[in-house]
Design a protein around this ligand. Structure first.
Ligand code: TYD
Ligand code: MG
Length: 455
């Protein structure tokens, strides 16, 4: 029999390499590679063509077998899932600590339990008393959720085996779970994968919807369990700034629905409230259109984020050297854009102080921000507010051309979904995106005309 090949798995990102290294080549973490020898190695001597059981082939169309989705009681959650929870599916829910994963899942659990579905909520992170306290605070303590605090997958599966299968099983979190069949501490790749495998198998065999909470690593991927992303049907990410109120639930993978649906929530005193019209999220405080404010659909990796760019221009009495201050953007880039606006559009910033701020402490690195910054600057200079429902994106060249940027359709789709009905950007970006009227601008002077009303 062939000698089993050694392989090493990174406990942080799950990448596999054939030799041990101090630093993972993929995610750059140190001392995260552990040996992971595949238990069974098949050799040519084992003939797999006989001795098995015959499998039964199925037709592609089986009328009446479409799974009936169950509502979570939170329309925004259902929307992000593509229409509710599918029985027998496994969902991985990732997000930063403290973002509200446990709160969301407790709210959904309570709703389903109250609607008559059996719900088992297992926490490996909090004691029963803590969960009770949260339920109390959320006004959910009367809901008939079966709650337990444990980390043993064997205990969980034994207990589930002795009762009728629940409609929903929540495991908070998969990194705290432990199987005595597998070596290693909870949270290691082999434990996480092994525990998830057993839980998913139980869910599939019994038509249970399984939700696994997963921690997220520094770079934003779902930790260790990146391996889990292949095993589950749905991967969701719960995002937001802990210091801010709003949360976005996004599906990154969905075997039962589209992946570009998002759910929007606000974290309030009594848990997560749904934000039915998410455009309010960005327009609040902007009810009156303000000069100098432009909304930019930025891309973070492959994901769009809408940010507000604010510009303020203060005319100086002649003589003093004007200040240029930037928060959240590159000051060199601002200087370039001001020069292009002066040289190509005939605007004059020379005796004015220019302040630029990206709202919410967000740091922009996306080159497509140029057009939104230019729009904010022109709007501030002319004291002409931009339309409240408009977004702006595109790269500006030294010649004043508005250049194409990546992910134009995603930027438009996400903006439309968040309530922005008008988009301005490179001519190449024009295309039919639902809910969005897109105007292509060829040159920076077209933008200036548009805003200052010479069009
Ligand atoms: P939690 O659901 O514990 O986050 P996670 O499971 O993702 O780690 O949420 C924790 C935060 O939410 C905590 O900082 C307090 C806040 N919170 C509220 O603001 N209101 C509430 O009603 C609840 C339950 C939590
Ligand atoms: Mg939690």
């Amino acid at each position: 029999m062939a000698k089993p090949k050694r392989r090493y798995v990174c406990e942080s990102c799950g990448s596999v390499s054939t030799r041990w290294q101090g630093q993972c080549a993929d995610c750059g973490e140190w001392n995260t590679l552990v040996e992971d020898t595949p238990k069974t190695v098949f050799s040519a001597k084992h003939d797999l063509s006989t001795g098995g059981r015959s499998i039964r082939f199925e037709p592609l169309d089986a009328p009446g077998e479409m799974p009936v989705r169950r509502t979570s009681g939170l329309a925004e959650f259902d929307r992000a899932l593509g229409g509710g929870l599918v029985p027998g599916s496994a969902i991985l829910m990732g997000g930063d600590p403290g973002i509200g994963k446990s709160t969301l899942l407790l709210q959904a659990s309570a709703h389903i339990a109250r609607a008559g579905g059996e719900v088992v909520y297992i926490s490996g992170e909090e004691a029963a008393g803590q969960i009770r306290l949260r339920a109390d605070r959320l006004g959910l303590s009367g809901a008939p959720v079966r709650m337990a605090s444990t980390t043993s997958v064997r205990d969980i599966l034994t207990t589930l085996g002795e009762m009728d299968a629940p409609a929903l099983l929540v495991i908070d979190s998969i990194q705290t779970m432990h199987s005595d069949q597998i070596e290693g501490a909870p949270g290691t790749v082999s434990q996480v994968r092994g525990c998830a495998f057993e839980l998913i198998r139980y869910a599939k065999e019994n038509g249970v919807t399984l939700i696994l909470v997963g921690h997220v690593t520094k770079d934003g991927s779902i930790a260790g369990p990146r391996v889990l992303e292949h095993m589950v049907d749905v991967v969701m990410s719960f995002e937001g700034e802990r210091s801010h109120q709003y949360r976005i639930l996004r599906s990154l993978k969905n075997r039962f629905g589209p992946v570009d649906e998002i759910g929007v929530f606000a974290m309030e005193g009594a848990g997560l409230a749904e934000v039915g019209n998410p455009s309010l999220l960005f327009l609040s405080g902007r009810d009156e259109p303000l000069a100098g404010s432009a909304v930019f659909p930025a891309m973070e990796g492959t994901r769009p984020v809408l940010v507000e760019i604010q510009a303020l221009i203060v005319r100086l009495q002649s003589g003093a050297t004007p200040r240029r201050a930037v928060v959240g953007w590159d000051s060199g880039r601002l200087a370039m854009l001001l020069a292009v606006l002066e040289a190509r559009c005939g605007l004059n910033f020379s005796n004015a102080e220019v302040y630029l701020n990206v709202a919410g402490g967000y740091r922009l690195a996306d080159p497509a921000a140029d057009l939104a910054v230019a729009a904010a600057l022109v709007s501030a200079l002319g004291d002409k507010p931009l339309a409240n429902d408009a977004v702006w994106f595109g790269e500006v060249s030294l010649a004043g051309e508005i250049r194409p940027v990546a992910h134009s359709p995603i930027r438009q789709r996400e903006s439309a979904k968040l309530g922005f009905a008008r988009g301005f950007g490179p001519v190449s970006g024009a295309g039919a995106e639902a809910g969005m009227t897109f105007s292509g601008l060829a040159m920076l002077p077209n933008l200036v005309d548009r805003i200052l009303g010479h069009e």
